[in-house]
Design a binder for this molecule. Sequence first.
Ligand code: NAP
Ligand code: ZN
Ligand code: ZN
Length: 347
Amino acid sequence: MLTVNAYAAPSATEPLVKTTIQRRDLGPADVLIEIRYSGICHSDIHTVRGEWGPIQYPQVVGHEIVGIVAEVGSEVSLHHVGDRVGVGCMVNSCRECENCLAGEEQYCLKGNTGTYAAVDLDGTITQGGYATHIVVVEDFVLKVPESIPFEAAAPLLCAGITTYSPLSHWNAGPGKKVAVVGMGGLGHMAVKIAHAMGAEVTVLSQSLSKQEDGLRLGADHYYATSDPATFETLANTFDLIINSVSALIDINAYLSLLRLDGTLVSVGAPAEPLPVQVFSLFGNRRSFAGSGIGSIRETQEMLEFCAEHGIAPETELVAADYINQAYERVLASDVRYRFVIDVATMA
Ligand code: NAP
Ligand code: ZN
Ligand code: ZN
């Protein structure tokens, strides 16, 4: 076992504290990664605060991980010591169900093994990326292209893939009108990726305070949802809406913005149900869908896409002892646009 420094939540209501955790001994197919940067996703906050259900404490979260391969198991062939690699939201899956065999292991029918707060194969609870090292089986480790700045690569492992996957699946591209609800960590990546795919992009934010940024990141239009006129102006407009909001919103108001056969995909995951009026779907034969992260194959594809298009998240690098303040700022929508922990400050 390897004892490593980490930041853990002691309970649902206390701040995260510096601690140590154990990483398993390297198995033949395992890779030991020295973590350099770890992104802060809103899911980390939902999880440690017990908003998605009870968890065991202490819990280390973090599933936007990049680092350097420090050691490889005897049978590892995909990665080498010194490689720049990444780990996202899952670290394993059953590998034999219909969805795993279809290469969609994020939808493993037995449940993929989450990078944190999940039961690992050995029965322990997985501990995430707010730590100096992690051990992960080689085929759940991604290769990070050299041209993506390392600290900016971290958020691609969740925010990047979670927005790339539905944009790709629902064919965002030339001639398509795509709206992004909420311009936070996921939302700002959705804007960049949808723009790079060639879609006409509209941001629907609570206010116009980030309008200049939104247009700079690739949006063609920017509207405030606090202004009721927005919903009249944009009625029946979009082919695809990506909802990245972490809180409850009036989903029916947003459904009314879809044109014929349009789809609203929720990637945002508030603790509360989002009540849908079926009549909101009847008009324009609309669809309401969800999407969870993306497969390992698609995550690698997304990394290559971002490298090719020069896309990287907008980040604010913070020291580990700033995590609790960063959480408060995420909750106040005061994030520009992803906090990334400099893991060197955990040493
Ligand atoms: P984030 O950085 O906090 O962004 C959320 C954005 O939603 C905020 O910046 C804000 O944008 C908007 N918002 C927040 N509260 C709101 C409210 N009360 N009403 C309306 N808009 C509000 O969070 P994130 O890290 O991007 O994550 C977003 C959500 O996606 C979380 O629920 C997270 O758990 C979930 N998630 C899901 C997956 C998946 O696989 N489906 C993966 C990762 C994350 P404006 O200021 O522009 O309004
Ligand atoms: Zn996440
Ligand atoms: Zn499976």
